[in-house]
Write a protein that binds this ligand. Structure first.
Ligand code: PLP
Length: 419
C-alpha cells in the first residue's frame, strides 16, 4: 500500500466517458490567452491525472526516504512502493520477471544504455546496425556514437511518401553482419505504427537483436514484450501520464546478464575493494545512485490509471479522434497532411500553404490551442520529405472532437490573419 494514496476506482463510468475522464486532469480546466485550453501536444508530453500528482506530493509529505538500505519505517515504505511500481511495470509490458525491468530517466536513457552496454561489448568492426528513416534523434545519435567507436556501420530503412516503412528494403539490408536493429514502434512525427512483429522476426532470422523505441506506442496501445519477442524496449513515464525524468528499459534477462553496467556507483555493486568490484544482481546492476523515487512510484500509479481506463477504450476513442481529425483537417484548403500510413496512432502532422509552421504554432497559441511545430527531433525524416518541419496535433484519450473543431476554426483564422 502506498502511504496517502488510495487507488480509488478512477472517475470513469463505462462505456468510455471522456467528460468524466477530463475531471481527473486539473490542468485541462484553465484558460490560456483568454480561451479554454486545447492541449494537442500529447506526443511531446501528456498531462497528469490527480492520482499521479497526489502520489508525488504524498511521497514527500508522508514518507520521503531513501530506498533499499534503510531499516526504518519510512525507508521500508518507500522501498515497498518503489518496488511495487517495478512489478506494475513488469505486468504492464508482460515481461517475465522484474529482473527485466530497469528504471531509467526515460526513453533516451534506455536507448543510450543499450547502445553503450550492449553495443560497446558486442559490436565488432564491419558489423551493421539498422535503424529507420523515421527515428527520433534519440534512436539515431546513440547508435552513431557506438558505431563510430566500434567501426560498425549504420544502415537506414527507407520509407514511402505516406510514411510506411519499406519492408522489402529492410529485408535487403539484413545480412549476417547485422547485429542490432533499433526501430521506433510508433513515429512521433508521422503517427505511423510500424510492423514491429515482422521486423523482429526477420531480424532474429539473421541472429540480430531488436530494440524498440516504445515512447509513442505505450500511450496508445498495450505492448506485450513476450508476444513481440523484442529484445529491448524503452519508454518514458511522462508520455504515459506519469512524471518526467522516469522511464522503463525492458531487456531480456539473458542479454542483460551478459552486458556490463552502464554507470558505476552506489546501488549497482555487491562488494567494492580498491582491487576489485563485484556487481549487483539485475535489475540493480543498471541502476547506479539514488533514483527518482517519487517518479517511480507515481509512474506505477499512472500505469494503474491507464489500466483502469483500459487500452481498448483508449484505442477506440483515439481512433475516432484520428478519423474525425483527418477528415475535417483535410477539408481545409491548402492543408496537407504529412504521414498517411496504413496504420496510424492519433498524431496528425500538417502544413498549410504559405504559412510557416512556427507562425501557425504561435497564432494558434494565441487562441489557447497548444500544438507542436518544428522537426520534432526527426531532422533526417524532415529531409526525406524535403520540409523544414511540420505542425503537429497529437491527441490523447482526454481530447474531444469539439476540441478538434476549435483547431479547425483556429487554423482558418490564422489563414485569414496571414492573408
Ligand atoms: N522516441 C520517440 C519516438 C519520442 O517521441 C521521444 C520523445 O519525444 C523520445 C524517443 C525521447 O523521449 P524522452 O525525451 O522522454 O527520453
Amino acid at each position: 500500500m502506498i502511504p496517502g494514496v488510495s487507488i480509488r476506482e478512477v472517475n470513469i463510468s463505462k462505456p468510455f466517458d471522456v467528460e468524466a475522464i477530463r475531471q481527473d486532469f486539473p490542468i485541462l480546466h484553465q484558460k490560456v490567452n483568454g480561451y479554454p485550453l486545447v492541449y494537442f501536444d500529447n506526443a511531446a508530453t501528456s498531462q497528469k491525472p490527480n492520482l499521479v500528482i497526489d502520489a508525488i506530493s504524498n511521497y514527500y509529505k508522508l514518507y520521503n526516504s531513501n530506498i533499499h538500505r534503510g531499516l526504518h519505517y519510512m525507508s521500508e515504505k518507500a522501498t515497498e512502493a518503489y518496488e511495487a511500481a517495478r512489478e506494475k511495470s513488469r505486468a504492464f509490458l508482460n515481461a517475465s520477471s522484474t529482473n527485466e525491468i530497469n528504471f531509467t530517466k526515460g526513453t533516451t536513457e534506455g536507448i543510450n544504455l543499450v547502445a553503450s552496454s550492449y553495443g560497446r561489448k558486442f559490436l565488432q568492426p564491419g558489423d551493421e546496425v539498422i535503424i529507420s528513416t523515421m527515428e527520433h534523434h534519440s534512436n539515431i545519435v546513440p547508435w552513431q556514437m557506438v558505431c563510430d567507436e566500434r567501426g560498425a556501420k549504420l544502415r537506414i530503412i527507407p520509407i514511402d511518401d505516406d510514411g510506411n516503412l519499406l519492408l522489402d528494403e529492410y529485408k535487403k539490408l539484413l545480412n549476417d553482419r547485422t547485429k542490432i536493429v533499433s526501430v521506433v514502434y510508433v513515429s512521433n512525427a508521422l503517427g505511423t505504427v510500424n510492423p514491429v512483429k515482422d521486423i523482429i522476426t526477420l531480424a532474429h532470422e539473421v541472429g540480430a537483436v531488436v530494440m524498440l523505441d516504445g515512447a509513442q506506442a505505450t500511450p496508445h496501445m498495450a505492448v506485450d514484450v513476450q508476444a513481440l519477442d523484442c529484445d529491448f524496449l524503452a519508454l518514458s513515464s511522462h508520455k504515459i501520464f506519469g512524471p518526467t525524468g522516469m522511464g522503463i528499459l525492458y531487456g531480456k534477462e539473458r542479454l542483460l546478464e551478459q552486458m556490463n553496467p552502464y554507470q558505476g556507483g552506489g546501488e549497482m555493486i555487491k562488494t567494492v575493494t580498491f582491487e576489485k568490484t563485484t556487481y549487483n544482481e539485475l535489475p540493480y546492476k543498471f541502476e547506479a545512485g539514488t533514483p527518482d523515487i517519487s517518479g517511480g512510484i507515481a509512474m506505477g500509479v499512472a500505469i494503474d490509471y491507464i489500466n483502469s481506463i483500459g487500452y481498448q477504450n483508449i484505442a477506440k476513442h483515439e481512433h475516432d479522434l484520428l478519423v474525425y481529425g483527418t477528415e475535417v483537417l483535410s477539408q481545409i484548403e491548402g492543408l496537407r497532411i504529412i504521414g498517411q500510413a496504413k496504420e496510424k496512432a492519433s498524431v496528425i502532422s500538417f502544413l498549410v500553404d504559405g504559412i510557416h509552421p512556427y507562425d501557425m504554432g504561435v497564432l494558434l497559441d494565441k487562441q489557447g490551442i497548444a500544438i507542436r511545430t518544428g522537426h520534432h527531433c526527426c531532422q533526417p525524416l524532415m529531409d526525406r520529405f524535403a520540409i523544414p518541419g511540420t505542425c503537429r496535433a497529437s491527441f490523447a484519450f482526454y481530447n474531444t472532437t469539439a476540441e478538434i473543431d476549435k483547431l479547425v476554426k483556429g487554423i482558418e483564422k490564422v489563414k485569414t490573419m496571414l492573408g
